[in-house]
Design a protein around this ligand. Structure first.
Ligand SMILES: N=C(N)NCCC[C@H](NC(=O)CCC(=O)O)C(=O)O
Length: 448
């Protein structure tokens, strides 16, 4: 049966800002003092979505979360009306307020893990929202993510939704950023590669010493159980702890897979040659598996982290070719740009590159692949997806108009004390749920 991979890109929310919240994510820390441009950010993301649609790919839209999260501020002891809560909290702790305003749900590679029906024993597509418990601002995401996923994939015959894993570091789960799938075709049974940063229970396994490992082995194992993954469809690989300490906070900052291609840095995995052999042995396709291992001598780990080469998307085009969807930063880095040119000429399926300006997201450590959640679907499953979240030319125009109407083009620290920002943000999102036909998904809609 013909299957497609749909990329559901996170629409950047109206309160996108740089608050320096993600210890271990170099860009987030480096840009903490910068002001942001939410309008530019959302339009940059939409331009990438439109380009994918224009290439003939099926492109989805994943709505942002309601920010600020007033409920968590109340839970932390701030009282009164929403305006009073913001005002008191801002006086007490501006960084806390900015965390509650974070638009981090834009990085939908962290929204959850998805297992296509070809890999699961019950033949359903399984979804588990990531608990993202390693960072406070991201730990606010899983409930709304689950509601959004249910509003997008609302059919029990095809889709199975699970509660996020326990909110605790032992089960730290960052979703598809540490998960990739290899196979000849999207519709055939594939090999799901789970890349964990550390084990919570097995102290014999190495850990990074400086920055946190956000994904645990135990979390990935739990996802396999929940998703009823066929044993031959699952493989656990440990990320190289040394590169986590150099700013590779998710595996998708050092490796990306698509169909029969795995593009990874030479230092991506622990005991790399053994890890790659395990992958080759477990690969179940008939085509040749191309492992493109980028040597440190050509692209250093630092270049990988600053350019986000491995956070490019690899997409299979209708004409059978494979495209690298890379951020502009790759073009501007001489070593990386030369490597891309060499890779495209070499004997492997990747034969094109397109660069995108995603600077607003990149400055928080989010490249092209961070912005999308991949869902492989067969035709009946695709037909069961909420059609209002699939991009077409008029939806693109509608969303650009919506963003131009509601978004500010500059946010700096003091703006977060302004109660109008809350009102503007909620109004924009309320309208968006109508454009995307999501029903009531946000706490401010559910609580009245
Ligand atoms: N690699 C993937 N898949 N996703 C990138 C996520 C970036 C995000 N940045 C932030 O949350 C920064 C927010 C701030 O500092 O304001 C994070 O660290 O979780």
């Amino acid at each position: 049966m013909k299957s497609v991979e749909v990329n559901f890109d996170g629409l950047v929310g109206p309160t996108h800002n740089y608050a320096g919240l993600s210890y271990g994510n170099v860009a987030s820390l480096n840009n903490a003092a910068s002001y942001s441009n939410p309008k530019e950010a959302v339009l940059q993301g939409l331009a990438k979505m439109k380009a994918m649609h224009d290439l003939g790919l099926t492109q989805g839209v994943f709505a942002p979360h309601a920010r600020p999260d007033i409920n968590v501020l109340r839970r932390l002891g701030f009282t009164g009306t929403a305006e009073q809560v913001i005002s008191k909290a801002f006086k007490a702790d501006p960084v806390l307020v900015r965390a509650c305003y974070s638009a981090s749900s834009m990085w939908t590679a962290n929204a959850g893990t998805v297992s296509p029906s070809a890999d699961t024993l019950d033949g359903k597509v399984h979804f588990t929202a990531a608990n993202l418990n390693n960072k406070f601002h991201r730990s606010l995401e899983p409930q709304t993510t689950t509601r959004l996923l249910k509003a997008m994939f609302n059919n029990d015959d095809y889709f199975s939704h699970h509660t996020h894993l326990p909110d605790q570091g032992f089960f730290g789960d960052e979703g598809a950023a540490n998960h990739t799938r290899l196979g000849d075709e999207h519709g055939e049974q594939g090999l799901e590669l789970f890349v964990y940063g550390a084990s919570a229970f097995n102290s014999a396994l190495p850990k990074p010493s400086k920055f946190p490992a956000r994904q645990t082995l135990e979390a990935s194992q739990a996802i396999c159980r929940l998703h009823q993954l066929k044993p031959s469809s699952q493989l656990m690989i440990q990320q190289n702890p040394d590169v986590i300490d150099q700013g590779v906070f998710h595996n998708d900052v050092i490796a990306v897979g698509n169909a029969n291609v795995l593009l990874c840095h030479q230092q991506a995995f622990l005991n790399q040659s053994h890890a790659l052999q395990q992958i080759k042995n477990a690969y179940m396709g008939n085509k040749t598996l191309h492992i493109i291992e980028v040597p440190t001598a050509k692209v250093s780990v630092q270049d990988a982290v600053t350019s986000y080469l491995f956070n490019s998307q690899l997409v299979s085009l209708k004409n059978g070719k494979m495209l690298l969807v890379a951020p502009h930063e790759c073009k501007n880095n001489q070593a990386v740009n030369s490597y891309i040119e060499e890779m495209i000429m070499a004997d492997n399926p990747v034969d094109q590159v397109q660069f995108f300006d995603l600077k607003q997201s990149m400055q928080n450590g989010g490249g092209p692949a961070c912005l999308r959640l991949r869902v492989a679907l067969n035709q009946p499953e695709l037909a069961a997806v909420n059609p209002a979240v699939i991009l077409n030319d008029s939806k693109y125009q509608q969303l650009c108009d919506w963003a131009n109407k509601h978004y500010r083009d500059k946010l700096s620290n003091d703006d977060f004390a302004d109660p109008n920002l809350l009102i503007e943000s909620y109004n924009a999102l309320d309208e968006l749920t109508q454009h995307l036909e999501l029903g009531a998904v946000y706490p401010f809609q559910l609580e009245g």
